[in-house]
Design a protein around this ligand. Structure first.
Ligand SMILES: [Ca+2]
Ligand SMILES: [Ca+2]
Length: 175
């Protein structure tokens, strides 16, 4: 068996940044929440779903000091915040507690934003506001949900003595 893969496959597509098993894209373009969601999906990703403090900390560290759309919305039912498109209930939150948020200002704030205020606290905002946005995508997962990078790393470790990296940047693994 010969397994060949590009040596740069462990990193993310151009313009995307890796954190753990995911790649993240920080837009330089302003869009409405819905257009941001569609732009992420057009690019094979989703508008980011922030599932943990760890993930939120990464976004805070990596985002520019501006407002960014995240993938949360309470459009379907007021004050029931879901990630879209997964429809998972938002469990981890980082709402600004100082102002406080979410405040559904004027009864018309149904989309989730990472602010540049209060150390990147979360706000609800009007969905048609033009903001930067953050996409995420999981790379190299096979149909069993096993991270392929992990597998390839394991294979590489096992076969390190029998493998070679050729000059065109491909790693050829002989099993
Ligand atoms: Ca709302
Ligand atoms: Ca608000």
């Amino acid at each position: 068996m010969i397994l060949g893969m590009r040596s740069d496959s462990r990193s993310c597509p151009n313009g995307w940044f890796r954190n753990g098993t995911k790649c993240y894209f920080f837009s330089e373009e302003l869009k409405t929440w819905m257009d941001a969601k569609l732009a992420c999906e057009d690019d094979g990703g989703i508008l980011v779903e922030v599932e943990s403090k760890c993930e939120n900390d990464f976004l805070k560290m990596s985002a520019s000091e501006q407002w960014h759309w995240l993938g949360g919305t309470d459009e379907q039912e007021e004050n029931v915040w879901l990630w879209s498109p997964s429809q998972n209930l938002i469990i981890f939150t980082n709402w600004n507690l100082e102002e406080p948020e979410p405040n559904n200002l004027n009864g018309n704030e149904n989309c989730l934003a990472l602010s540049s205020a209060y150390e990147f606290a979360w706000y609800d905002g009007t969905c048609n506001t033009l903001l930067l946005f953050i996409c995420e995508k999981v790379t190299w997962n096979n149909t069993y949900g096993i991270n392929l990078v992990t597998i390839v790393n394991a294979i590489t470790d096992i076969t390190v003595n029998k493998s070679e990296k050729s000059s065109n940047g491909r790693i050829v693994i002989f099993l």
